[in-house]
Design a protein around this ligand. Structure first.
Ligand SMILES: [Zn+2]
Ligand SMILES: [Zn+2]
Length: 100
């Protein structure tokens, strides 16, 4: 987990908004669990984000982006019709190809 203030005020303290705190009979803190992600900056009151969750979300997007996007283009060097991903070389002659 890596919490950051959405206002970037530099505050380093945050409060979980939807945490359930377990107490013993005397009111001493025992444990807590966050029932729903949600944090607020204690310095300025702005919502805070958990940057620790971003990489996995971005990875999910990357996987979606990684769906096959091959394109049929005519190699300008060997003049064969080749199917390539963006940024690939011609499989026949190795010429760099620009996929429009
Ligand atoms: Zn703040
Ligand atoms: Zn070629």
């Amino acid at each position: 987990m890596l919490l950051v203030c959405s206002s970037r005020c530099g505050g380093g303290l945050f409060r979980a908004l939807f945490a359930e705190v377990d107490l013993d009979a005397g009111g001493a803190y025992q444990d807590h669990r966050v029932t729903q992600p949600g944090y607020v900056c204690l310095n300025c009151g702005a919502p805070a984000f958990d940057l620790g969750e971003v990489p996995s979300e971005m990875a999910a997007e990357d996987e979606a982006d990684a769906a096959p996007t091959t394109t049929d283009i005519l190699c300008p060097v060997c003049e064969s019709l080749v199917q390539v991903d963006a940024g690939m070389e011609c499989p026949n002659c190795g010429a760099p190809l620009e996929v429009a």
